[in-house]
Design a protein around this ligand. Structure first.
Ligand code: MN
Length: 255
């Protein structure tokens, strides 16, 4: 069993180091992750400058093959699959991210994008995030759950072009009420741009804002509020098939 482990919080983040300790129980784990935090990098890739992959020692584990990459999470998966690993992995896992990735986060998230890249390559892929609610998140408890989820996932026959986006509530172990399949919530950030002045009087902007969402049962964000582990099946095909017909009708396109 060969597993590729990556993230967007950077190779030295607690989430990825904790997850390595659990996943190594299943087989040989290769860690290929950004050399620094690349959260909200989305699915960006680096095409205008060179990429470096430096071998590093993690967790004082000399058996661990780990590379710190100068690019994005999607770059990491591309490099891992085409240049660094001795062969294709059986599974790509991205995380454990510091913070939930629900609703539209799925599009901005580097954690999810790394799993998307694995899916594009035809591999079983899973993104895992911890819905951190305090300054001392319990990554170890999340790691135990993820190990169980991964074992089940490996046995499952999931359609191609589909990845699993997993979010885990950061509550004491006994307070997690179970696992539920969810759809991605509709949410957006409002008042997202804050305008400020620098010490020289020049304007700059900071993206922040607050979440605008009608929390609906069945969604990933709602599940977290219920202290449930949320698993959303995410597919690569973003096409709205109904609108294909509408476009054909309205523009009278000759085919
Ligand atoms: Mn992150």
């Amino acid at each position: 069993m060969r597993i590729l482990l990556t993230n967007d919080d950077g190779i030295y983040a607690r989430g990825i180091n904790t997850l390595y300790e659990y996943l190594k129980k299943l087989g040989k784990v290769y860690v290929v992750a950004p050399e620094r935090e690349r959260s909200a990098a989305g699915h960006g890739i680096t095409v205008h400058k060179p990429l470096r992959a430096n071998a590093v020692v993690l967790n004082n584990d000399k058996d661990l093959c780990a590379w710190a990459v100068s690019g994005t999470p999607a770059d990491c998966v591309k490099l891992a699959l085409e240049a660094l690993l001795p062969g294709p992995p059986d599974l790509v896992v991205s995380g454990i991210n510091w913070g939930a990735n629900v609703g539209t986060d799925v599009l901005y998230s580097g954690t999810v994008s790394a799993a998307v890249e694995g899916t594009i390559a035809g591999l079983k892929s899973m993104a895992v995030s911890l819905d951190v609610r305090c300054s001392e998140p319990n990554f170890a408890a999340a790691g135990e759950y993820i190990l169980e989820l991964v074992e089940t996932y490996l046995e499952m026959d999931i359609p191609p072009e589909t990845l699993l986006n997993v979010n885990i509530p950061d509550v004491p172990q006994g307070e997690i009420r179970g696992v539920t399949a969810t759809r991605i919530a509709k949410r957006r950030f409002i008042d997202a741009v804050e305008k400020r002045k620098d010490p020289r009087g020049k304007s700059y902007f900071w993206l922040s804002g607050r979440i605008d969402e009608q929390e609906l049962p069945g969604t990933d964000s709602y599940a977290l509020g219920e202290n449930l582990i949320s698993i959303s099946p995410v597919q690569l095909d973003l096409t709205n098939y109904q609108v294909i017909d509408q476009i054909q009708d309205h523009w009278n396109i000759k085919t």
